[in-house]
Design a protein around this ligand. Structure first.
Ligand code: PMP
Length: 398
């Protein structure tokens, strides 16, 4: 039988990097590649108790639920959003199956094939895949350590008339960047002026190292007296509780959320009610804020250790010390080195990372790489960085 797959799925590229990284599975490889949280910090006992409470409620808790998501959970999310300066009610929240689904549903409600989406460059790989999957034309906007370049943004909005711009302003994946308030306010002003939607993806915002409480989201900078907030905000419990729950959420104007709910209904009716109820009990009875502080403290130590080892083993690269999140973004001193080639050697040496080029659209800096510092235990980190050093000794430096 001749299988007639859609044009979009046929056009979707499988990444060569993913193929190389597959080789790392199950081998004695120290992987700084995945974006995984540390398993030893998962609140498994609290989670188990929370699930027991769901089952203790009887069979009614195992029934279908509403598409928007479990109301008590959405109310708790409203409370948590206040810390980000976001005053929202539960009608402005849609529960999603991870924030990955949020990105998918938002794209589904706005994009016709051929429409343009602007992205911060570099950006989250799996978002690029969603956008391409809907046949969007993706255009990168230049960025630096303070965030997106506002002049380039203006120019590209005028030239491409995008449906939306996708950004991760707080401890970004892959760069770990934390935008200045000036850039956050700037993007909001420009997008309002040009009636362009902003997708603010914020999975890492709560993983902060300096206890700078209340980092403002772009969403929160919108003047409350203004009628319409052009920001659609999404976040997740994957990094703060456990990724296996697959629970994320979207915040936005009710008129937008209603369309997302329609798309969600068509996609999967609703996210798991058992999981949503368990998460509700966890948030009610467990001190998640203290847990996040503990995890962030451990991650900061792991980040400090990694940067100290990179210096000690003279890895020929520069980076900006991240103030939160899960990633360290290296720019190799020798701009002629392609990190994708380096990865092949690294896997042979028993260490893995993600070459930076996969996160770019258009203009690409090949001498970049993303290292995850949260997953590898401190004892293993030195072994991994030593292996990385060996990789560099095989590469002639310019
Ligand atoms: N956005 C970004 C920037 C991410 O890095 C990730 C996952 N690593 C996600 C969204 C999706 O996360 P999840 O679906 O687990 O909520």
């Amino acid at each position: 039988m001749k299988l007639q797959f859609s044009n979009t799925i046929q056009q979707l590229k499988t990444s060569a990097t993913r193929e190389i990284l597959k080789l790392t599975q199950g081998n004695d490889i120290i992987s700084f590649a995945g974006g995984l949280p540390a398993e030893d910090f998962f609140p498994d006992h609290a989670m188990k108790e929370a699930f027991n409470k769901v089952f203790d409620q009887g069979k009614k808790s195992l029934q279908y639920g509403i598409t928007e998501g479990h109301i008590p959970l959405r109310k708790q999310i409203c409370q948590r959003m206040k810390k980000k300066g976001m005053v929202v009610n539960e009608d402005q929240i849609q529960i999603t199956t991870g924030s990955q689904q949020a990105i998918d549903l938002i794209t589904r409600i706005f994009i016709n094939p051929g429409d343009t989406i602007l992205v911060e460059n570099p950006t989250y790989l799996a978002a690029l895949q969603v956008f391409e999957g809907y046949g969007a034309k993706v255009v990168g906007v230049k960025s630096d350590d303070d965030g997106i370049h506002l002049n380039d943004l203006k120019e590209k909005i005028t030239r491409h008339r995008p449906k939306f711009i996708y950004v991760t302003p707080t401890f970004a994946n892959p760069t770990g960047r934390f935008w200045s308030n000036e850039r956050k306010q700037g993007i909001l002003n420009i997008c309002k002026q040009h009636e362009t939607i902003i997708i603010e993806d914020d999975p890492y915002g709560e993983i902060q190292f300096n206890e700078t409480s209340g980092i403002p989201s772009i969403y929160s900078l919108n003047n409350e007296s203004d009628e319409f907030n052009p920001v659609i905000y999404t976040s997740t419990f994957s990094k703060t509780v456990i990724p296996a729950l697959r629970i994320g959420w979207v915040v936005g104007e009710s008129s937008i959320i209603q369309q997302i709910t329609k798309a969600k209904q068509a996609a999967d009716l609703h996210s798991s009610m058992v999981d949503q109820q368990a998460l509700y009990f966890l948030l009610r009875d467990f001190d998640l804020d203290q847990h996040i502080l503990n995890v962030s403290h451990e991650y900061e130590q792991r980040k400090n250790l990694m940067t100290q080892l990179l210096l000690q083993y003279e890895i020929p690269a520069k980076w900006v010390d991240p103030q939160g999140g899960m990633f360290l973004w290296l720019t190799l001193n020798d701009s002629s080195i392609d990190a994708t080639e380096l990865l092949k050697k690294a896997v042979k040496e028993g260490v893995a990372f993600v070459p930076g080029s996969v996160f770019y659209t258009g203009e690409t800096l090949k001498n970049t790489m993303r290292l995850n510092f949260t997953y590898t235990a401190k004892e293993q980190m030195e072994v991994g960085i030593k292996r990385l050093q060996r990789v560099f000794t095989t590469v002639p430096q310019n």
